[in-house]
Design a protein around this ligand. Structure first.
Ligand SMILES: [Zn+2]
Length: 283
């Protein structure tokens, strides 16, 4: 499942093909993904210029010259492919249409953007740009972890009275937007905090230390994604999924990577999701 760094990587990958470019035609091959597409989506997209391509949490937002914003969510299995050769950067010919190509955007510059999603947990919607923050998927989101509003005093205050485990609190999208299972596990490892510890019982000093750690974990992954973008043009044109090595995520039983720690990575299930951590050095 794509998390914030993967979505940011997709956004950056789409920028040269989409930002400032006009949608020549939109092909919508089914009525819905997770939810129905907005009425007349193909017509509302056709002829519009993409003024900017933003990200909020795990959503990509394309602001259009019509005053509407296209929201794209990759869901569990959504993939975006770029083909065509608008700027001499995309070496891929248009591939044969595949079964799960649900939405295809042909840009005036020659790029083709294909949204493929076998499991259809993804979503697309259109809303007025002026009112985009009020969209039901965006309205309750907390601050961006890489934004200015997510700072030490904010996180200390947000977690002060929380009786839930720190792992669950950091996954709560109202507290901080866009953090998912993988990067919460990684951040808690770097911070030396057990995912099982009650959020409100952690000292303010240790909570404050989490802020730069969360930012660093995400930025490291975005950097890794950037490297993958340089490779993808030589590969199959698919954006967003990249190899990244984790310290604890999916390393159950492996030796802890903290220097001098003799522990092993454990897996526990919290709220139905796996937490990976070292019980020796995460307290
Ligand atoms: Zn350890």
């Amino acid at each position: 499942m794509p998390e914030l760094p993967e979505v940011e990587t997709v956004r950056r990958g789409l920028e040269p093909a989409m930002t400032g470019a006009v949608i020549a035609s939109a092909q919508v091959n089914r009525p819905d993904l997770r939810w129905p597409f907005p009425p007349g989506m193909a017509t509302r997209l056709t002829g519009q210029r993409v003024l900017s391509l933003r990200r909020r949490s795990k959503y990509i937002l394309a602001d259009l010259s019509s005053g509407e914003t296209l929201l794209i969510h990759l869901g569990m299995s959504g993939r975006i492919l770029i083909s065509g050769d608008p700027l001499g950067q995309f070496v891929h010919d248009h591939p044969a249409a595949e079964k799960h190509d649900h939405v295809v955007l042909d840009m005036v510059n020659g790029a083709r953007i294909t949204f493929n999603d076998p499991r259809r947990f993804g979503a697309m919607d259109l809303m007025a740009t002026d009112n985009a923050e009020a969209h039901p998927l965006l309205a309750k989101l907390g601050p961006e972890p890489l934004g200015n509003k997510f700072d030490e005093p904010y996180l200390v205050a947000a977690l002060k009275d929380k009786n839930t485990p720190i792992k669950s609190a950091l996954l709560d999208q109202r507290i901080v937007a866009g953090l998912g299972n993988i990067y919460v596990c990684e951040a808690l490892f770097r911070a030396g905090i057990s995912p099982l510890r009650r959020a409100g019982r952690i000292s303010a000093k240790r909570v404050a230390a989490l802020v730069p750690i969360i930012r660093a974990v995400l930025n490291d992954a975005i950097l890794a994604g950037g490297s993958s973008l340089r490779d993808f043009r030589q590969a199959d044109g698919e954006l967003g999924y990249f190899q990244h090595s984790f310290d604890v995520y999916d390393r159950e039983g492996a030796p802890c990577r903290r220097a001098g720690c003799p522990g092993n990575v454990r897996r526990v299930v919290q709220s139905g999701r796996s937490s990976f951590y070292c019980a020796t050095c995460q307290r």
